[in-house]
Design a binder for this molecule. Structure first.
Ligand code: FDA
Length: 393
């Protein structure tokens, strides 16, 4: 069967691309349902975009690459699609938009757009071989134990990254890139909890607070969660994309208060108050208990010299921690790195060396921050590829 376009991967990017593509389009996925990551995203409500999306919210070896697609199909375009489908949504925090109801509404919306475009969806279908032909590509497919073949003029790889193999993630896009000598940048788990070699935070597991996490390249001011294995929560997931093994991160446990000034004022006004009682006004009780041992906190406020207060404040405001690793692809929300953007057109997502071969979504070396940016990249890159497919069909 000859198709104008075959898209491999019915995730966010592949579904958007299929919905926007004209002609005879086949969308293939080895999973039993499309958009599985959409379904589980945002705690089942899908943080489908971010109102504040700019190219600065993305990591890539080429920071300019994402600009064209994000500008031509922006967060506002996706928001208006969501509105046109009558899907109610709200801003949770920091521009992050979530469905009021269920992430399944986003999948249903994309499916109905795909139906409108008459794209064919084939699930539980694996690609066992693919090669370039004179007028496009030939694929060997296996579905329910049956082998078949399909040909297309244009081929789109939308199989995402390696995050959460249990959900069907594979390195398929990277294998296709290898097959066609298309370069890759180093891939690693990102937006992922960080771990420590010992169980130091076990007594604190489940404790959450707002914290400012920094390293040499970035700072994030969001929630942090202690876990049995280390640290998690939005600010940790964010910094994980910028962290490398052996590097230290600094944790500001009380980011919003000028703590030294406050402790000095309180020493004057409430000198007989216990230091830990004062800290418990600003930190969770279990954390104060932990820090009491860790920083040898003792005595009343009046007992603390200026020098001691400075010591305590710097320990609480720039706590240096060196994780030994991350939880890896098992729990990572995304894969950093991927298809080298130098090998693709930023306008069309087409390979510069293999005409009619496209890569979109997370497979490409464009990785968003936490907060709806990764879906926005999937929508924008999927849309950009579709415009090019339509103009070449
Ligand atoms: P995606 O991974 O969505 O789709 C790839 C598709 O290809 C899948 O359907 C897969 O089955 C298929 N596939 C893979 N290998 C194949 C093969 N060999 N043959 C056939 N099919 C194959 N982002 C965000 O912006 N807001 C959010 O709220 C969240 N939340 C979130 C939660 C969790 C738990 C995770 C893991 C991730 C998120 N993300 C997110 C990230 C977001 O889900 C991700 O960036 C996008 O889904 C990427 O879209 P793609 O279409 O590129 O890949």
């Amino acid at each position: 069967m000859m198709y104008d376009t075959i898209i491999i991967g019915a995730g966010a990017a592949g579904m958007m691309c299929a919905a926007q593509s004209k002609g005879r389009v086949l969308l293939i996925d080895h999973a039993k349902a499309p958009g599985e990551k959409i379904r589980i995203s945002g705690g089942g409500r899908c943080n489908f975009t971010n109102m504040h999306t700019t190219p600065d919210n993305f990591l890539s070896q080429n920071s300019h690459f994402c600009k064209s697609a994000l500008r031509r199909y922006s967060q506002w375009d996706f928001i208006s699609l969501v509105s046109d489908h009558g899907i109610a949504y709200h801003e949770k925090t920091l521009g992050q938009l979530f469905c009021d109801g269920s992430a399944k509404q986003i999948i249903a919306m994309l499916r109905s757009e795909m139906e409108r475009a008459r794209a064919e969806l084939r699930l539980r279908c694996a690609v066992t071989a693919l090669c370039k032909t004179e007028d496009g590509f030939a694929l060997e497919l296996t579905q329910d134990g049956q082998t078949s073949s399909a040909q297309c003029r244009q081929l789109v790889i939308a199989t995402g990254g390696k995050s959460i193999p249990k959900m069907g993630a594979t390195g398929f896009a990277y294998d296709v890139a290898d097959q066609f000598d298309i370069p890759l940048t180093e891939t690693r788990a990102a937006l992922v909890p960080l771990t420590f070699s010992d169980a130091r935070f076990k007594p604190l597991a489940g404790t959450a607070l707002k914290a400012r996490i920094s390293n040499a390249s970035a700072t994030f001011d969001e929630g942090m969660l202690f876990t049995h294995r280390g640290l998690s929560g939005p600010s940790i997931l964010q910094i994980s994309s910028y962290w490398r093994e052996g590097e230290v991160i600094f944790v500001n446990l009380i980011p919003d208060i000028p703590l030294y000034d406050l402790l000095r004022t309180q020493r004057q006004a409430q000198g007989r108050r216990n230091l830990t009682t004062e800290l418990a006004h600003h930190l969770p009780a279990r954390l104060v208990e932990y820090l009491t041992a860790h920083l040898a906190l003792s005595g009343n406020l009046a007992d603390q010299s200026d020098a001691r207060l400075i010591e305590i404040c710097s320990a609480l405001k720039a706590w240096p921690l060196t994780p030994n690793g991350s939880e890896g692809y098992r729990t990572a929300e995304v894969t950093l790195g991927g298809i080298d953007t130098d090998a693709l057109s930023s306008k069309t997502m087409m390979s510069k060396t293999v005409p009619d071969l496209y890569f979109i979504g997370e497979a490409v070396d464009v990785t968003g921050w936490l907060g709806g940016y990764n879906f926005q990249w999937a929508w924008s890159s999927g849309w950009a590829a579709a415009q090019a497919l339509n103009s070449r069909a």
